[in-house]
Design a protein around this ligand. Sequence first.
Ligand code: FES
Length: 94
Amino acid sequence: MDVALDHEVAGIAAQCGGGCTCSTCHCYVAEAWRQRIEPPAAEELEILAYVPDRKPGSRLSCQIFLDDDLDGLVVHVPPPEAPPARPLNSPGSP
Ligand code: FES
């Protein structure tokens, strides 16, 4: 999370500052790396249960603690959420 914030990665807001309460640091760890990082703790799993677009490899980036063994770690950021649907014939509808 800190690395993403330092590099202004779009899609990582980290609103709770790493407190494991907001899920705005959600990311997908590339499959090749999943076994190389510590598994999520119960607290993280509770938050991940409510994350939209959860997939295998979903993690809260604030709970991934980098060390030299993770040099080259590959993660992806979820796509931005789709805008809410509008009823037909409302302003801005196609
Ligand atoms: S920064 Fe809020 S859960 Fe990770």
